[in-house]
Design a protein around this ligand. Structure first.
Ligand code: COI
Length: 357
């Protein structure tokens, strides 16, 4: 490897755009900080790691990413505490997952020390873009794309690894209404469902648009073989509370191994909440909705945090879910937030300081 952490060069912006940003009215993922990280893969090595002003790239229209979708990404967040220190949440998990996704998409893995040094340098440079206060965070988007020129259908031998940062508020502003998939599928056995491959998300846009037309924000995907078992919601893993039991699907090569999902499972275990990580059949959900034992559905994800589901639709019937006074979703959201914003102890070791005073 002929690049090392000391070699991340920094070109600062001449004039920050910070003062132009209306932090009270951010649309998720539309506002980017002053700087971005870029590193190229060429001649078999990651090289030329640099932080530069955020701005457009010049890429050949024949780059393989445009033709074969060879691209993966991650979603991470940084939080500011009352003292102005900034923390990432479980960044090792994202690092490991982007390389797992890359491997599945025949993309060379990225070196850990450059990943972490890039995050440190970039977030320190743009630390004033991280707003403190409930619901505010910096969404961090690492991604990799195939940049080799040529339309032959084979893996690229050149890539760009980049990191962008956006100040954000909530991803979903209200409760989420979901449709249970009966026709389309997100992923299949042996496919790329467990990878954060760009195409996994693009492929959901059409069925999600159909759901939106009917007043639902998300599709809860079911297994592609029989549409019988509930899997994930595409931007979120999904949890079901039946009685006092918390049920979520096991991860597999079809389901993303969500960082927030595994954090919720740890919080549930700490709270002594009975958890079942198992396949949940749609028929069981319908039965629970009908007999009143279905208490909650919520999604978990980095962008979505914990998003309560207020209704689901199946076979054109809408099932409303009443709010619970002892909501698990509200409890997990609060407990996660207290760790993320450095309000409470972090017995799990999830907080990772990036800006300290
Ligand atoms: C995330 O939670 O970071 C995601 O990947 C969802 C994203 C597609 C908005």
């Amino acid at each position: 490897m002929n690049t090392s952490i000391e070699h991340i060069s920094i070109e600062k912006v001449q004039q920050s755009r910070l003062s132009e940003v209306d932090f009270d009215n951010l649309t998720f993922g539309n506002t980017f900080t002053d700087h971005m990280f870029v590193c190229d893969y060429k001649d078999g090595v990651w090289q030329d790691a640099k932080i530069v002003p955020y701005g457009p790239l010049t890429i050949s229209p024949a780059a393989k990413v445009f033709h074969y979708g060879q691209a993966v990404f991650e979603g991470m967040k940084a939080y500011k505490d009352d003292a102005g220190d900034v923390f990432l949440f479980r960044p090792e998990e994202n690092f490991e997952r982007i390389n797992k996704s890359s491997k599945r998409m025949a993309i060379p893995e990225f070196p850990k020390e450059i990943f972490f040094e890039a995050l440190h340098k970039l977030i320190n440079l743009d630390k004033d873009w991280v707003q403190g206060g409930d619901g505010n965070s910096l969404y961090i988007r690492p991604f990799v794309m195939a940049t080799q020129v040529g339309v032959s259908a084979s893996p690229s031998d050149e890539y760009k690894f980049m990191i962008l940062c956006c100040p954000v508020k909530a991803y979903y502003t209200g409760d989420v209404r979901v449709v249970i998939a009966q026709e389309f599928s997100r992923s299949a056995d042996g496919g790329v469902g467990a990878a954060k491959a760009a195409g996994n998300y693009g492929a959901q846009f059409y069925p999600t648009n159909l759901a939106r037309e009917k007043g639902f924000q998300q599709v809860v995907w079911t297994d592609s073989n029989e549409h019988k078992y509930l899997e994930e919601a595409g931007t979120m893993n999904v949890f079901f509370r039946i009685g006092d039991k918390l049920i979520t699907a096991p991860t597999s090569d079809r389901i993303l191994d969500g960082v927030t999902r595994k954090s919720v499972l740890a919080l549930a275990e700490r709270a002594g909440i009975p958890v079942e990580v198992r396949k949940l059949a749609v028929t069981e959900l319908l039965e629970a909705a009908k007999n009143g034992s279905l208490k909650e559905i919520f999604g978990s994800g980095t962008a979505a945090v914990i998003s309560p589901v207020s209704a689901f639709s199946y076979d054109e019937t809408v099932y409303d879910i009443e709010k619970q006074s002892d909501s698990y979703a509200a409890r997990f959201k609060k407990e996660l937030k207290e760790i993320q914003y450095n309000i409470q102890e972090d017995p799990f070791g999830w907080r990772y300081p990036v800006v300290t005073h």
